[in-house]
Structure formats: structure tokens, C-alpha cells
Ligand binder design. Sequence first.
Ligand code: SAM
Length: 325
Amino acid sequence: MPRKRRITDPGALLPRLPASGSVDPGRMRHHGRTGGVVMAEEAKAKVGLGGVPETLLVTLYHRAAEARRPDALLHDPKAVELVDGIDYPFERHFGTPGLGRGQGQALRVRCFDQAVERFLATHPGGTVVALGEGLETQFWRVDNGQVRWLTVDLPETLEVRRRLPPAEPRVRTLACSALDERWMDEVDTSRGVLLTAQGLLMYLQPAEVHRLVAACAQQFPGGALLFDGVPRWLSTRTMRGMEMSEHYQVPPMPWALDAAEQRRLRSHSNIVELRELRPPRGRGVFNGTLMPLVTRLPLVGGRIPPLLLWRIMLARFGTSTTKPG
Ligand SMILES: C[S@@+](CC[C@H](N)C(=O)[O-])C[C@H]1O[C@@H](n2cnc3c(N)ncnc32)[C@H](O)[C@@H]1O
């Protein structure tokens, strides 16, 4: 059952409303190849996000681009439906979905999905807490009919999420920063907990990441945190200003996952295991041959090979509830 401490500001808890701003079937046309829909421009939802919240559109766009392919590595019709229903200059800001970007995103997401599916295989009615979930559609990809889902994201992001994907009875949303530990009181821990932070930690300050991970390890004994991180060179480039296109600058990513950070995470008294997860094999020479080899190499001198944009880790928590010293 949820713990006792509760978020007292009623406005901080956004219930999943019926999809009031959602799609009117009369305004949609079927999209032959994807089985999705093409919406009339005027029926599309305006999304006025900026800064880090806007980055959820990058990952959504590339997921959908991959899912549209006949040889897609990711089955994600909800992502396609969302992109088709949003009024946003995706291509102008994030470029054409070529150059393996969609595939890279799909492999990253499949790696997260597989870890969630492994958790659900042993905890069918467990709770998945998706921190910084944005417009991820993972619930629909991994739903086993029993999982309980808690989305934690910033109010401006959840205002968008609340309008778009359909409401689901087993999905709750909490409009609150992941750094505001009050969300922890809302988690039903009775059937096991898996926390995910996909595409979130890199946007936080290192001290914030350390505090958040320590608090999770402390508050969810026996649970685990699934997260990704970017290499130091990418973090440094974004801090100096990195353009994805003429029209879109990537927000700074202050936190990098290097060997020192991994040592730091491992040193937490209630983190009993920190393991890197390998993405599945992709298509072509790069993602089908080269990347599987690179991801099997031990970190040379603690450096993530420059070909990799992210690494995915699973931190398992021990059963201790004593405060770390
Ligand atoms: C790159 S997007 C990732 C979205 C999604 N997880 C995915 O992989 O597609 C970053 C997300 O983190 C959210 N975010 C940023 N700062 C946050 C915070 N302090 N607490 C919770 N969510 C946050 C943003 O609103 C956005 O949804």
C-alpha cells in the first residue's frame, strides 16, 4: 500500500482525465502503411513546451519514425499516433529521421522494455514508477494486464500527457519533480517496485542525481532503478551549446555517466548491484555488428567509447532500510 506521507497540495496530483482533448475519429484518416491515422492539421494538439520538457518530443519523434518502418525493431503504434496528432515542427527541429537515429532510439527503448518485462515476469502485479516519463508509450508496449504504473513528471509535461494518450485505469500520474521526494509516498510497494528514469538523469545536476539515487535506494528496499546516462564528451558538448539543427538547441546535460560516477553509485550502502544492460542487436553493419561488439567491451580507462551516446544501467537495492552513513 502507499506510504503515509502525502503530497498535500491537491493541485500537485493530476488525475488521468478521460482524453478530453483527444482525437475525434471524424477528423482522422487511416494511414495505410502504419495502420495509424493522419489527422487534419487543425485537429492536431498544440504543444508549447520548452527547455528539458521539450526533449520528450525528440525521443517520441524518433521512436515513431522507427515504428513506421516495415522492418521496425520497435512496435509502437501509440508513438506514431501521438506524433501524427501533435502540431509541432518535428522535422524542422530534429532533422529527418534518417542516419540511424530512429533505430538507435528503438534499441535504447527495447533495452528498457526488456528490463521492465523481466521485472513483470517475476512481479506481475508490481509497480513501475516512470520518472520523467514525458510522452513515453512504454505502458502500452509492456502491459501484462496487471502492472500498476505511476508516471512522475513536471506539471507542464503532464498537462500535455493528460491531453494526449488515452487514460488507463492502472496508470496514475503525479505532477511533481522527481527531486521532490513526496512522490515516494504515493508508491504501492506491496508487489514489488521498479523505478525507471529514461532520458532524465543527464538533465539534472550531479548533486541532484546523487541525492535522488540515494533516496530511492533508501526508500525502496528490494527494488531497483533502471536509468541511462550519457558519456562525458556529450555532456561537455551540450554544456557548451549543441545544436541538433538550425532551429533546435539541445538543453545542457550536466550529469555524465563515467567510471567515477559508477564507482560513486556502487559505493552507496544500499546499492547491492550496478549492472550495465546491453541493447539488442540492430540492423546493418553499425547497429547489427559494430555496436554489439563495442557494448561488450569493458570500459577502457572508464571511458564510454565515443560511438555510444548512452549507456543503460540497472541499480538493485538491498533490503536494508537503515540510513547510509
Ligand atoms: C528526454 S525527455 C524523456 C522522456 C521519456 N522518458 C522518453 O525517454 O521519451 C525528459 C523528460 O524529463 C522530464 N523532467 C525534466 N526534469 C524533471 C524533473 N525534475 N522531474 C521529473 N521529470 C523531469 C521532462 O518533463 C521530460 O518529460
